[in-house]
Design a protein around this ligand. Structure first.
Ligand SMILES: Cc1ncc(COP(=O)(O)O)c(C=O)c1O
Length: 399
């Protein structure tokens, strides 16, 4: 018995994708910045041959972002780059591979204490902002939406940030953070863009591309061809826009088919694509999906401009797909390596697997041209960021 899954096919127009902000040159310099941070190592790109043969595809690759800077999610890539860029712009410096060392030198250290960065987060982005602020000796203030897990709050507090859970949903928490920034003269480091607020989110999206840059090198090192299908999960669509945009600028016609996946309670990109009227559509109200990182009801303007022309399909699905993906990756078949993948990290493989296996999704398999020749890439964007829920899902009967 399958959960709820809806799919919308999209007419792509890659030549008009607005992906200039994630050009190959930018991506190379962003990667150099991250590589200069102490503790940097590329996260693993894992091949799952047993799963791919059981699903009847040629290859499944998983990029495991639970290993990112010891923070259990990819998000720190965006916050750290945006904060470094902001600070460097203030000091007239260029961001590069020695940026962190330069900023930590006595010449700048005392001035950095005066900076306060504020953000709203489901947990992962705020943890990244708190981590980057701490690394530079700045202050961070982080607001989480109602229903956020205590563990996610505590992880942020442990990095020395001020943090609290609000009684608002994610999108209202973003507005609250913006208001607090204005009131207190703090700098808002938000991982989504709207009209009039696009510079910092652009830097955040550029920051995410380090993971895509690593994938390109890892494919070469391992002698693998680029994927044919890339399943990307989306909250506001910043991450998916950045990754899809970069892969398109690099691979052009050989760019994989991009399939976006969102929770059905927060499927703002799906709804925007469905309406197809040139405006952004939002989803509001309480969102109880366990995919906390994807529970965002308002699309990122920059991400959408890229995705509307690059995404081959938009999928909206319920939590059962995330649970299935968590189990598939956490309890692998054969000698495949296990991947600890949290709710928002695992939904894409859950969706891909069900499309390959479930007879009532066979028409989608055909329409997406998924076959024994397909090479699927997914990004496990987080590990067990809510350990209690992770254990509960892994211990449950097969989902
Ligand atoms: C683990 C995880 N995956 C994916 C996303 C989605 O990123 P975006 O909101 O840019 O679409 C998030 C966002 O917070 C996240 O925390």
């Amino acid at each position: 018995m399958n959960g709820n899954l809806s799919i919308l096919f999209n007419q792509t127009d890659p030549e008009h994708s607005d992906a200039g902000c994630v050009s190959a040159d930018t991506v190379t310099s962003v990667h150099a910045f991250h590589a200069g941070i102490s503790g940097y190592a590329p996260t693993p790109l894992l091949s799952l041959p047993a799963l791919s043969s059981s699903l009847g595809v040629s290859q499944i690759l998983v990029k495991d972002e639970s290993k990112r800077f010891g923070l259990n999610a990819f998000k720190s890539l965006g916050g750290s780059y945006a904060i470094a860029k902001y600070v460097c712009d203030q000091f007239g410096l260029t961001v590069g591979k020695n940026t962190i060392q330069i900023l930590r030198s006595p010449q700048y250290a005392h001035r950095l204490k005066e900076f306060t960065f504020v953000t709203a987060t489901d947990g992962n982005h705020g943890r990244g902002v708190a981590w980057a602020a701490k690394m530079l000796g700045c202050q961070a203030v982080v607001y989480l939406p109602a229903g956020s897990s205590k563990e996610r709050l505590e992880n942020i507090l442990a990095l020395g940030a001020k943090a609290e859970i609000t009684n608002l949903n994610y999108d209202d928490t973003v507005r609250y953070a913006e208001k607090m920034a204005k009131q207190n003269h703090w700098s808002l480091i938000q991982d989504t863009a709207w009209e009039g607020y696009e510079e910092i989110p652009t830097h955040i999206m550029q920051g995410y591309t380090t993971l895509a840059c690593e994938i390109v090198s890892q494919l070469k090192e391992k002698g693998f061809q680029p994927p044919t299908h890339l399943f990307l999960q989306a909250g506001v669509g910043s991450m998916a826009g950045a990754i899809a945009g970069y892969f398109f600028s690099l691979w052009k016609d050989a760019c994989p088919d991009i399939i976006l996946v969102e929770p059905d309670q927060a499927d703002c990109l799906y709804q925007t694509a469905k309406a197809n009227d040139g405006t952004l559509h939002t989803v509001s109200g309480r969102m109880n999906s366990m995919m906390a990182g994807l529970c965002c009801g308002e699309p990122c303007t920059i991400g959408w401009k890229i995705l509307k022309n690059l995404a081959r399909a938009f999928i909206s699905c319920d939590d059962s797909y995330a649970a299935h993906g968590m189990q598939l990756l956490g309890k692998p078949v054969g000698s495949d390596p296990p991947v600890i993948s949290g709710e928002s990290g695992a939904v894409t493989i859950g969706v891909a697997a069900k499309i390959m296996r479930e007879p009532d999704l066979a028409a989608i398999q055909t329409a997406l041209a998924l076959s024994q020749h397909s090479r699927i890439l997914v990004i496990s964007t987080e590990g067990d960021t809510d350990r209690e829920n992770y254990r509960r899902i892994l211990n449950a009967a097969s989902l």
